[in-house]
Design a protein around this ligand. Structure first.
Ligand code: SAH
Length: 535
């Protein structure tokens, strides 16, 4: 028999990605295939490898659902094709959800498996609502029960008389459809209607909701709020501890300013980290949908010509970190600049390696601080940078310094604006606008974006350059109605103008065209929206 993979039955916890175990996270990040259920948050699947095969086997309310037999065969099939398979289940894999049956099936088929316990919603959802399942003097045991069983079934596996007389806390999972019957069975069996009861929906998630009352009132409260699955029902005097644990009425979990908000970052993946981290530090969930990719043009004739003439320039201007990156990699090309031997020898190459800018006679300018920093890291001692970080401001400064006939190299992308070059040329300055990299539309994530928008799970989208806006317009096509209620934020005036040109409404623009300013702008914008909604 061909070598067979190993299946990890992994508990994904109650929903909050922070409640994944270390083992679960590591396995999700490395799995070749993930077989997952409906309650697995897309945010958790986000950490899977890009080439990981993700197989949904959950039950969709309106679609035909996968039977347990289907799921079992999917697992066996995956084990035949992959090395590391994660069977990802909500909460703990062995608390309901038929994890035990899946493991038995694997064992029977001789497939190696391992269980990775998870944080069960039976405990985590009440905890997230500040309800401890045990508390000295209130409850010294708890019982977790399925609420899924058809209460009309003649031979119930649940002994309601025993349950009603079991001391401590009762927790029902999968009980929302049957809540009325659960309550009436317990009351008929002798549990007082005045027993405290609560329901926690989407426990630990940003959209968590709770209602609390008594056995007699809980069904009406649930109906009034429209609370549905996934939710746990907690019955017992511990429910009243909630008030003890919330002396000011506020939940113990302090929400960060952007908690519960999902922000889509459209920057190229290799550039997105600081924006992502900044937003995450404020509690936002970040979805990365890169709308741009870059590709160096190190060998293009324009770049080769510019490098040949590199010593003739008085100034070299960089308008982005990418420009610096691809300029440096062009300098490192075997035939770059100095020498460029015509006879095909390539050894006269690397005088600038290590100190790439060391021998350049030109002075160096950058539009903004991130670019300046990249240049400094590459060893440039002095970088001219305007006070406001826009191309127009840098142009104004350069015009104040340069003389007619001076030569300027503008290191840019193939989609660069020509404003800088035109402004210089108009003053009889020689300006070469040279694309050192290509800016390519990355539209692979169209499905991911439209699905998230359709779900209504995106609150804001950030744009850090005009090209991203242009690509976004292509990507969204005529599905613009999906953007209702979604705030679009821009890094600076040029990007904002492109948003307007393409018919989008910009909800806010960063103060000074830097990433931290954009983070602040999103924070202020979304908080204002939240206040408006709750007012
Ligand atoms: N193995 C899972 C339970 C699977 S049964 C666990 O250990 O948590 C599915 C039920 O779990 C749902 O019907 C609901 O009752 C409960 N559930 C799962 N996630 C939940 C959440 N975030 N908040 C409240 N209840 C949840």
């Amino acid at each position: 028999m061909a070598e067979c993979g190993k299946v990890f039955l992994v508990g994904a916890g109650p929903g909050d990605p922070d409640l994944l175990t270390v083992a679960a996270k590591r396995l999700i990040e490395t799995a070749d295939a993930i077989v997952y259920d409906r309650l697995i948050s897309p945010h958790i699947l986000d950490c899977a490898r890009a080439d990981c095969e993700k197989i949904f086997v959950g039950k969709e309310p309106e679609h035909s659902s996968h039977t347990q037999a289907d799921i079992n065969s999917v697992l066996v099939d995956c084990a035949g094709r992959h090395h590391c398979i994660v069977r990802l289940k909500g909460g703990d894999p062995y608390v309901f959800g038929r994890g035990g049956e899946e493991a038995t099936h694997l064992a029977k088929n001789g497939i190696e498996f391992e269980v990775i316990p998870g944080v069960t919603s039976a405990i985590a959802a009440p905890a997230a609502a500040d309800i401890p399942l045990t508390y000295r003097g209130y409850a010294s045991q708890f019982t977790v029960v399925t609420g899924h069983e058809d209460p009309e079934k003649a031979e119930s596996d649940i002994n309601w008389d025993v349950l009603a007389h079991t001391p401590g806390t009762l927790v029902f999972l999968m009980g929302m459809k049957n809540i009325g019957l659960i309550v009436s069975r317990l009351v008929t069996a002798g549990l007082a209607e005045s027993t405290p009861a609560a329901v926690v929906e989407h426990g630990t998630l940003p959209n968590q909701r709770e209602v609390a009352g008594t056995l007699g009132t809980i069904e009406a409260l649930v109906n009034a709020e429209g609370i549905t699955n996934p939710a746990v029902i907690v019955i017992g005097s511990v429910v009243s501890c909630r008030e003890l644990l919330r002396p000011n009425g506020a939940p113990s979990k302090q929400h960060a300013p952007l908690a519960g908000k999902t922000v889509c970052v459209t920057r190229a993946r290799e550039q997105a980290s600081s924006l992502k981290e900044g937003l995450e530090a404020l509690g936002a969930h970040v979805v990365e949908i890169p709308l741009i990719r870059f590709e160096g043009l190190e060998a293009s004739p324009e770049v080769v010509a510019a490098l040949d003439a590199i010593d003739s320039y008085d100034w070299i201007v960089f308008d982005s970190v990418n420009g610096v990156k691809y300029f440096l990699s062009a300098l490192e090309m075997p035939d770059a600049s100095s020498g460029n031997p015509a006879d095909g020898e390539t050894e006269a190459v690397a005088p600038r390696l290590g100190d790439p800018f060391g021998n350049l006679p030109a002075k160096i300018a950058a539009v903004g601080p991130a670019t300046k920093k990249a240049l400094e890291e590459a060893g440039v001692g002095e970088v001219l940078m305007p006070e406001r970080f826009t191309t127009d401001d840098l142009l104004a400064e350069l015009l104040g310094i340069l003389n007619e006939g001076d030569r300027v190299l503008i290191v840019s992308s193939d989609k660069a604006r020509t404003a800088m070059r035109d402004g210089l040329v108009a003053k009889n300055i020689v300006a070469d606008l040279v694309p050192f990299y290509r800016n390519i539309a990355a539209l692979e994530d169209r499905e991911k974006l439209t699905a998230a928008l359709r779900e209504g799970s995106i609150d804001a989208i950030t744009f850090t350059c005009s090209s991203a806006v242009v690509n976004f317009a292509d990507l969204i096509g005529d599905a613009r109605d999906l953007l209702e209620g979604v705030a679009l934020y821009s890094i600076g005036p040029v990007t904002t103008a492109t948003l307007a040109e393409r018919g989008f409404t910009c909800a806010g623009e960063a103060d000074n065209a830097r990433i931290p300013d954009l983070v602040t702008c999103v924070k202020q914008g979304l908080q204002t929206r939240r206040d408006e909604v709750s007012a």
